[in-house]
Write a protein that binds this ligand. Structure first.
Ligand SMILES: *[C@@H]1O[C@H](CO)[C@@H](O)[C@H](O)[C@H]1NC(C)=O
Ligand SMILES: *[C@@H]1O[C@H](CO)[C@@H](O)[C@H](O)[C@H]1NC(C)=O
Ligand SMILES: *[C@@H]1O[C@H](CO)[C@@H](O)[C@H](O)[C@H]1NC(C)=O
Length: 549
């Protein structure tokens, strides 16, 4: 009898303990979190005080400059007149400083371990910090990075030169992570996805031990770091700007595809024992990824393609956790403002444009230049009335050549175009001013690539008022060349014949119809402007700041 009681007691005890494990774990993590917070509190105060002092100094310095030089226009970088709480609308469409914005004096933490890489993702990061600084001029933006070889001044100089973005240096600072190698794919030859995710946990831990932010935002695709933040500091709001899903439903379904269909990188790998193991691993990882995505308070994606994939994986987990904010699309900023300012779309520009067809793309295989040359050839043969105009519409291929492979490709393309060589012009490694000229004086813009995730080049066509003819897939189809005011801004095509027909449709438009389509295209491009980005970013930021206050 006694024995039975003992056994029952032990069983009951075990059950209770097991049931308590999640709570104990949560409690333990929270305790660790508040420990870290109090350990880094002094650094937080120090950095905030330094930011305030430097900012005051800068403002005073600029006031002096202003009184010295009566013409303030030359020193106008948009910062000097930003006084506390004052609304200062600025000329070139910058975000005005809201009165309420001055209130938030805390720390935004941006998790971006490769912030000095100079790519598209970094452009988004710094455009976001700029918008953040304008909306909350008394906040401090901290970037967690692993770029030990670059000082703050060097990084900011790169940002200025490469992206033409001028930040307020007083209110941004860089904290250096020491374990960046853990997120490199090379560190994890096996189970790379999982390994890199563990790596991002290590890096996140590293980041919090440098400083616990008031709001934590991942801009590089490391949601595991955001989850860690939620476990350690439940009250810190988290945000993610996702460029690309770590694992996608395409990857999962490609494993199920039969070998003989031959589609996709991993097609058929689902066969055999190894394949089966891989499938289980990916599916488990997808579950983990979804679970982690459910912890993020505000999620932005860079395109509808990414939104679609992230939603498939994250939405149900988010609903379970009561995260009500929908996963939204915030397009990265493109140089729409500059193109609009430099390229007129009006009656006079209509007269000076050639009828040329322009394709701006690196000479890479996936850009399908050869198909476009075929399409143009078909166009010349099928649409004689257009081909025989004087001067005839030319095909202009503008692109950069990175290496020998590209060079060989251009050589082959020239051979392919030999028979129509008077009609096809190759422009290799053109500089931006020359590209601007081509955008200004051409009529039609082409993009041949299949399933391009976005297509900044197509946005540039639209901003320049070109009529686009694009592959009927990916971002150009879903995001860019869409109807505006219920009317088309260009044409979609798949086969060379369809592309040829697209060129013909664009060139057959009457003067008025073409002009109207150019104006719609320009209007369409505005959705990808710097202004629209910073407005969208700001409104998401407000959702994060609200609970943090
Ligand atoms: C989103 O990010 C991915 C990965 O960097 C990139 O391939 C894609 O072009 C981006 N989309 C946009 C709209 O910039
Ligand atoms: C269009 O611009 C390009 C690049 O500057 C130039 O070479 C070309 O001559 C221009 N064409 C016309 C018709 O103005
Ligand atoms: C467009 O993409 C399709 C795949 O959907 C591809 O077969 C085709 O060659 C592409 N068209 C061009 C002109 O590159």
């Amino acid at each position: 009898m006694v024995l039975l009681y003992n056994v029952l007691a032990i069983l009951l005890g075990t059950a209770v303990t097991l049931a308590l494990v999640p709570y104990m774990t949560a409690w333990a993590l929270r305790t660790i979190g508040s420990n870290i917070r109090s350990r880094t509190e002094a650094r937080r105060e120090l950095l905030l005080n330094r930011a305030n002092t430097e900012d005051d100094k800068r403002k005073r310095g600029e006031k002096k400059d202003e009184s010295r030089a009566a013409s303030s226009a030359s020193t106008d970088d948009g910062w000097e007149k930003v006084d506390e709480g004052q609304t200062t609308p600025k000329g070139d469409g910058a975000v005005p400083t809201h009165a309420a914005g001055a209130e938030f004096k805390g720390v935004f933490g941006f998790f971006h371990p490769f912030c000095n890489a100079g790519g598209g993702g970094e452009r988004v990061l710094f455009a976001a910090i700029l918008a953040t600084q304008k909306r909350y001029p008394n906040s401090l933006s901290v970037v967690y990075t692993g770029d030990h070889d670059a000082s703050k001044d060097q990084i900011l100089a790169n940002v200025r030169n490469r992206f033409n973005i001028e930040l307020n240096p007083a209110r941004v600072c860089f904290l250096y992570l020491s374990n960046r190698e853990y997120v490199l794919a090379t560190k994890w030859p096996h189970f790379t996805l999982l390994g890199q995710s563990i790596g991002s946990l290590i890096l996140g831990w590293d980041a919090f031990n440098l400083l616990v932010p008031d709001i934590f935002i991942d801009t590089m695709g490391y949601p595991f770091a955001l989850a860690l933040s939620k476990w350690l500091f439940p009250s810190v709001p988290t945000g993610a700007y996702v460029h690309y899903p770590t694992i996608s439903t395409d990857m999962l379904s490609s494993l199920h595809t039969e070998v003989n269909s031959g589609q996709g990188l991993n097609a058929g790998l689902g066969k055999g024992l190894r394949g089966r193991a891989k499938q289980i691993y990916w599916e488990l990882f997808a579950k983990l990824y979804s679970w982690v995505g459910g912890t993020v308070d505000v999620v932005m994606t860079n395109s509808s393609w990414t939104q679609n994939h992230i939603s498939q994986l994250w939405t149900s987990a988010r609903i379970k956790r009561g995260k009500k904010k929908a996963i939204s699309v915030v397009y990265p900023p493109c140089a729409v403002e500059e193109l609009t300012a430099k390229i007129p779309v009006d009656a006079e520009s209509e007269r000076s444009r050639t009828r040329n067809i322009l394709y701006i793309a690196q000479f890479r295989p996936e850009k399908m230049h050869h198909v476009i040359i075929d399409a143009y050839n078909a166009f010349l043969k099928t649409y004689k009335h257009l081909a025989q105009e004087d001067p005839p519409p030319k095909l202009i291929l503008v692109g950069s050549v990175r290496d020998d492979h590209d060079e060989k490709r251009v050589y082959k393309l020239r051979l392919q175009a030999q028979e129509i060589k008077d009609h096809v012009q190759f422009v290799v490694n053109a500089k931006w001013p020359q590209i601007l000229e081509f955008l200004k004086n051409s009529s039609v813009g082409v993009n041949g690539m299949w399933n391009e995730h976005f297509g900044i080049g197509v946005v540039e066509y639209q901003a320049a008022g070109l009529i686009s003819v694009v592959n009927d897939s990916g971002g150009p189809k879903a995001d860019i060349v869409i109807d505006i005011d219920d009317k088309p801004t260009g044409f979609h095509a798949t086969t060379p014949e369809e592309f040829a027909a697209g060129f013909a449709k664009a060139l057959e438009l009457s003067g008025d119809a073409a002009f109207a389509m150019r104006q719609r295209a320009r209007k369409s491009s505005w959705r990808f402007s710097e202004k629209v980005f910073s407005d969208a970013w700001t409104s998401h930021l407000e959702q994060l700041v609200e609970p943090a206050r």
